[in-house]
Each structure stands twice: as structure tokens, then as C-alpha cells.
Design a protein around this ligand. Structure first.
Ligand code: PGA
Length: 253
């Protein structure tokens, strides 16, 4: 079975103390993950070492950065490179979240560079894609998301692409409480897998975990994760509440 993943995206929320307490509460619940299940905490940069040491002893619990810079190193005050994350043994990094695309003007081309750097430094990228509302309303979502993959992902080799996690996050569902229906999620995930299969072959497409993101909550996670091509979720708001995120973890296939 493909890896099934519950990834928490804290964004710019929680003080250090609250973040540490949240991790303690989640880990204290002692949910034992199956071989193919993973829980990933994407925390703010200054919390990475704390989070890494919290999850160190726990099987299949990991830490992620929420971003890295698209240049290797140099005079970029305030930025964090993939090499720096690697030097802290951080195994995952979110790349191309819609908030970064929108507020920080990240382009598909910059994201391609970020993916290359992550892979060069043995960091598994969680690559986000997804359409805004007007695109969904004009039924152009497939073309839109296909272009995002083509321009950021499809230069990768077959071997590289198996080291990537994809997160489909329709922008109209992020932080809005408006979740995609299971039909909408499954349809898009199947489409994403089909274009991966066209590019890399079915065997490889079948190995890639595709997460759903956008108002995943304790009460809808399981039905979303039960969809054939949905391999877990990237969770914002509900990952900030221990009980809610625990329920979401329990919803994994
Ligand atoms: P949300 O955020 O769960 O709060 O909608 C998801 C995300 O942005 O990754």
C-alpha cells in the first residue's frame, strides 16, 4: 500500500510553548502507526529542532519545514536553504503552498528549483497544487493543476518523482470551512494520478502519495481518506487542536 500520511501545517500559529505542549499531547495519546502510515508536523523554522527531538523516538512520526528558499545559498538575508534543513536532519519540506504562491509570489519555475534543491539534500518535498475558486467555477481545474505539475514537477526523473509527496489543496477550501466533497477530491486525485501515469508509467504513479488539503476536520477526515486515490491529508486549522488532529490520524487508511 502507498504511504498514508496525516501532515499538520501549523502555518504562522502557536507560540513555541503552545507548540511544544500540542506535540506533547498528541504524542502522549500513543497512537501506534502502521508500517505504511506517517504523521508529519510542519512547524515554523525556530521550532524545528524541538519538534525533531519530540518525535525522534516515535515510529513514523516526522518533522517538516513549511518552506525553503529556491537558491542554494548566498546573500539572501532571512531565508533558509534546503542544505540548512538537511544539516538539521529535517526529512520533509512543504513546497508551493498556495499562501506562498499568493503572498510571496512564488512561481511554478521557482518551485521547480526548490524541488531540485530538496531532492539534492535528501528532503522529501510535499508539493502543493490546487486551483482558485474562479477556475473551479469555470471547470478549468484540471488544466490549471496539470500546468502546475508540468511546470514544476515533470522535469524530474522517474526515480526522483517517487521521492515526492503531492498535496492537492483547492484554494477555495483552505481555511474556509468549505471542504471539497469526497467526489470532488477523488476525481481530482484520480486525474492527478492519471497524468503522473502518462508521464512516468502506472507503476510509478501508483507509488506516489497524494494528500488532500482544505478544511480537513475531525468529522470529515475519514470519509476523505477512504477515497481510493486520497492518501491522507495536509491539515491546517484542525492540526492546532490535539483532539481533532488525533481523530484525523485515526482516519488514515
Ligand atoms: P486548512 O489548511 O486545513 O486550515 O484549510 C490547509 C492547508 O493550508 O494546508
Amino acid at each position: 500500500m502507498r504511504n498514508q500520511i496525516a501532515a499538520a501545517n501549523w502555518k504562522m500559529n502557536l507560540t513555541f510553548q503552545k507548540g511544544e505542549k500540542l506535540l506533547d499531547e498528541i504524542l502522549a495519546a500513543g497512537i501506534k502507526l502502521k508500517q505504511h502510515q506517517q504523521v508529519i508536523f510542519a512547524v515554523p523554522f525556530p521550532y524545528l529542532l524541538m519538534a525533531r527531538s519530540e518525535v525522534e523516538e516515535e515510529k513514523n512520526y516526522y518533522t517538516a519545514a513549511q518552506n525553503c528558499y529556491h537558491k542554494k545559498n548566498g546573500a539572501f538575508t532571512g531565508e533558509v536553504s534546503a542544505e540548512m534543513l538537511h544539516s538539521l536532519a529535517i526529512p520533509y519540506c512543504i513546497v508551493g503552498h498556495s499562501e506562498r504562491r499568493e503572498y510571496f509570489k512564488e512561481t511554478n519555475e521557482m518551485l521547480a528549483d526548490k524541488l531540485n534543491l530538496c531532492l539534492e539534500y535528501f528532503i522529501t518535498p510535499i508539493f502543493c497544487c490546487g486551483e482558485p475558486l474562479p477556475i473551479r467555477e469555470s471547470k478549468m481545474q484540471n488544466q490549471f493543476v496539470q500546468t502546475q505539475l508540468q511546470e514544476s514537477l515533470f522535469h524530474l526523473t522517474a526515480e526522483q518523482i517517487t521521492n515526492i509527496i503531492i498535496a492537492y489543496e483547492p484554494i477555495w477550501a483552505i481555511g474556509t470551512g468549505k471542504t471539497a466533497t469526497t467526489d470532488q477530491a477523488q476525481e481530482m486525485h484520480a486525474f492527478l494520478r492519471s497524468i503522473l501515469a502518462n508521464q512516468y508509467g502506472q507503476t510509478i504513479a501508483d507509488q506516489i502519495s497524494i494528500l488532500y488539503g482544505g478544511s480537513v476536520k475531525a468529522n470529515n477526515a475519514k470519509e476523505l481518506f477512504d477515497c481510493r486515490d486520497v492518501d491522507g491529508g495536509l491539515v491546517g486549522g484542525a492540526s492546532l487542536i490535539a483532539q481533532d488532529f488525533l481523530e484525523i490520524i485515526k482516519g488514515l487508511k
